[in-house]
Write a protein that binds this ligand. Structure first.
Ligand code: FEO
Length: 392
């Protein structure tokens, strides 16, 4: 996209990747994504804030064609979707200095082979006057790598936040035009990328509290010209607040586990508890991750393959364990033909979740009345626990 102004002397240089469908060879991108760089031009110096993914580097190169001078390049984050074009930028602007956190400096050397001498580490709170435009560097570690930082442009009250507050959303809107759509994409982004760092993000949000924000300009998705939209959403997502919701990833090979899953959904609904089942053979992992942001309980449904859980369910359990959602309870349901070992193995796959395991329901072959009664009892236990949390 051509450079678009945010305000006098500040431009968005967005590379819109409409057709990208997978990030990190893991994360589905139903709405594509963007890699946003920003150009900040003071009276004396010009700063480029982040670059773009090298795969789509020609767009940034075209956007910078009419920019004769860049003095500093702010590298908020060493991940290649923002730093990929850094080597080219440093070649084009031989006088430019890269500014990063100390950790970011070493990571840029490791990942991009940027010469050490071209990078200067900036301290937390350090400022740089470009001439009427003052950049203040704010270290915000673990959003979502250890080296991440943001930049506050004081005079224009713009926070350049890189991945923090971002959304994988390709749009020609410079500013948020469709709030619900952007929040949907931002929640998916939070769930997939930020959720494991929930408590650190709480601290980073506190740190930003003193800023009188006019805009938040992330490096993915549109710019927030009403920052409260995304700030309020983040405060909610990182809080301890949960929904009266059960997330239910499962696989069924011959229908027995599916019968248990659907019965559990019914029994929970009878008790006023929502449930979101995800068939792991056709799941959009982003939707599963979003469900985990607020859910109070995880129930895993698995058939038995040989002597263990289905591999797609192992994947779901490993993912939930890695994302560290604020779940309080878990249970396992499933079926088997001749070996009932799947349940213990699932429990062993979620060691990082601080959950109380409420029980298991495992049936041999097709479920019988006794199995359905066990499902009803599990639903009752979940409903009681949720009620005790004040979620009913
Ligand atoms: Fe958008 Fe962590 O890179």
């Amino acid at each position: 996209m051509r450079p678009r102004p945010l305000t006098d002397g500040v431009q968005l240089l967005a590379t819109l990747d409409w057709d990208r469908r997978l990030f990190d060879a893991l994360i589905p991108l139903p709405d594509g994504t963007s890699y946003n760089a920003y150009l900040v031009q003071g009276r004396d110096k010009t700063a480029l804030v982040d670059t773009s993914d090298a795969e789509r580097g020609h767009e940034l190169r075209e956007a910078l064609a009419g920019v004769p001078r860049v003095d500093v390049v702010v590298a908020h984050h060493a991940e290649q979707d923002h730093s990929g074009q850094l080597p080219w930028v440093l070649e084009r602007y031989p006088q430019a200095v890269v500014l990063a956190t100390a950790r970011g400096k070493s990571m840029l050397v490791d990942h991009l082979r940027v010469p050490d001498a071209r990078i200067r580490a900036v301290a937390d709170g350090e400022t740089l006057d470009l001439g009427g435009k003052t950049l203040e560097f704010l270290h915000t570690p673990w959003v979502h790598w250890p080296e991440t930082m943001c930049t506050w442009l004081r005079e224009d009250r713009i926070l350049f936040s890189c991945d923090f507050f971002g959304s994988h959303l390709a749009t020609s809107d410079v500013f948020v035009a469709d709030g619900p759509k952007v929040l949907d994409a931002a929640k998916r982004y939070y769930a997939e990328i930020m959720m494991p760092f929930r408590t650190v993000i709480q601290r980073n949000l506190e740190k930003l509290k003193r800023l009188d924000l006019l805009m938040i300009a992330p490096s993915h998705g549109p710019v927030y010209d009403k920052p409260a939209l995304i700030l309020d959403a983040y405060r909610d997502w990182v809080s301890d607040r949960m929904r009266n919701l059960v997330t239910l990833p499962y696989v069924s090979m011959h229908g027995s586990t599916a019968r248990l899953v659907h019965r559990l959904v019914e029994e929970l609904a009878d008790r006023g508890v929502a449930a979101e089942p995800f068939d792991m053979t056709s799941v959009d992992l982003g939707r599963l991750a979003v469900s985990l942001v607020d859910a109070a309980t995880l129930v895993v449904g698995t058939p038995t393959v040989l002597v263990g859980p289905h591999p797609a369910v192992v994947y779901a359990a490993a993912l939930a364990n890695a994302l560290k959602p604020k779940l309080r309870y878990a249970a396992v349901i499933g079926s088997y033909g001749w070996s009932g070992k799947a349940v213990e193995q699932i429990a062993g796959l979620i060691p990082d979740l601080k959950v109380e395991v409420l029980g298991t329901v495992l049936c041999k072959g097709l479920p019988q009345e006794a199995d359905y009664q066990a499902i009803a009892r599990l639903a009752e236990t979940i409903a009681e626990r949720h009620k005790a949390l004040g979620l009913a």
